[in-house]
Design a protein around this ligand. Structure first.
Ligand SMILES: [Zn+2]
Length: 342
């Protein structure tokens, strides 16, 4: 091709790529099964995550999300949750809807190195995708909750087997369902920060990342009186310059080594098979306490690994980190659970 044609083609390709990045879909509950394309592009796009050859491009501005009708959290119920309550929540702020309908993309990148951006002097904060391999111990983690009905049912399964787990919670869900978080903590489980809106941090400015991290720490503290020292970035990825923000909050980055992709499989047998076959000493297992099939897989996962001699630890226990930090001064105690008013 001659030079003008090449130039036009290049310009069109560039425009198409920019549009694709700008209009990358925000995940919704309805789009979860079709989440693979967006995540695939995230894995393969020449993003700053992989970029070490040239200066990282400026991340595209986050598009203003167009969201379906908003929903509202269901009040806690002592009775068994119904499928209808899961499927038809009541109205709520639009930002909440996005967070309540999130899911993980098919990224399985627990050990991905995060290159430092040019000019970034920040050293990475401590990061873990597994614990020591010397002992027959694993950590079970649940992301994207708390969920008003599934999370309490997950707690029932864990309690029946004396298993403690770590729940990486989304700030906007913590604000919607603080009583669920309090139940998680009351039963001896650990809490981690999983961002406020579950948007990919790589598409955000430092100020937006600071909001994602800080607002969630505040929501956790307001709900349970503690903050956490654990952070799991949505989709497992972030710019190296986010380390400065993690350091401000004294956070360790926690990824995973076993990912059954339960958000996509939606089959209890397949999920349980993956986890039980892939788990080994020091494994950090990634699940989601927002899917009923994950709940259904849980008894088999626990019973199998326990029968094989594995002990379940929280992430802090497995990795030798300090547990939740207690905030004892200048913060009001958590508000009473809504059920106390009924
Ligand atoms: Zn997540």
């Amino acid at each position: 091709m001659n030079r003008p044609v090449v130039s036009v083609c290049s310009a069109l390709l560039g425009l198409a790529a920019a549009l694709a990045l700008f209009y990358a879909p925000v995940p919704t509950r309805a789009s979860l099964p079709e989440f693979a394309p967006a995540a695939t592009s995230a894995e393969t796009a020449p993003s700053p995550l992989r970029g070490s050859l040239s200066p990282a491009p400026q991340p595209a501005p986050a598009p203003t999300p167009t969201l379906p009708p908003v929903t509202q959290p269901s009040p806690p119920s002592k009775g068994a949750p119904s499928e209808a309550s899961l499927a038809s929540p009541a109205p709520m702020p639009s930002q909440t809807e996005r967070a309540l309908s999130l899911g993980e993309p098919p990224l399985s990148i627990p050990a991905r190195e995060v290159p430092r951006l040019p000019g970034t002097a920040e050293a990475p904060v401590p990061s873990f995708s597994h614990g020591p391999s010397g002992q027959k111990q694993v950590a079970l983690t649940f992301d994207d909750g708390p969920h008003p009905t599934i999370t309490p049912l997950v707690l029932d399964v864990l309690r029946a087997r004396g298993v403690k787990a770590t729940f990486f919670v989304v700030g906007i869900r913590v604000k919607a369902y603080p009583w669920v978080l309090r139940q998680v903590v009351a039963e001896g489980h650990e809490i981690g920060n999983h961002s406020y809106s579950h948007r990919p941090l790589v598409s955000m400015s430092d100020e937006a990342i600071r909001h994602e991290v800080g607002e969630t720490q505040t929501a956790i503290r307001n709900a349970i009186g503690y903050e956490t020292s654990l952070f799991r970035p949505p989709y497992g990825v972030f710019h190296a310059n986010a380390n400065a923000i993690f350091r401000e909050h004294k956070l360790n980055v926690i990824r995973w080594s076993v990912d059954p992709r339960d958000w996509r499989l939606r089959d209890a047998t397949l999920i349980a098979n993956h986890v039980t076959l892939q788990s080994k000493n020091g494994a950090i297992i990634l699940c989601h306490d927002i899917h009923r099939t994950t709940l259904q897989a849980l008894p088999t996962i626990l019973d199998t690994l326990i029968s094989e001699g594995y002990a379940f630890k929280t992430v802090s226990e497995l990795c030798g980190l300090p547990p939740l930090r207690v905030i004892t001064a200048s913060h009001a105690p958590p508000a009473p659970a809504p059920e106390a008013k009924n």
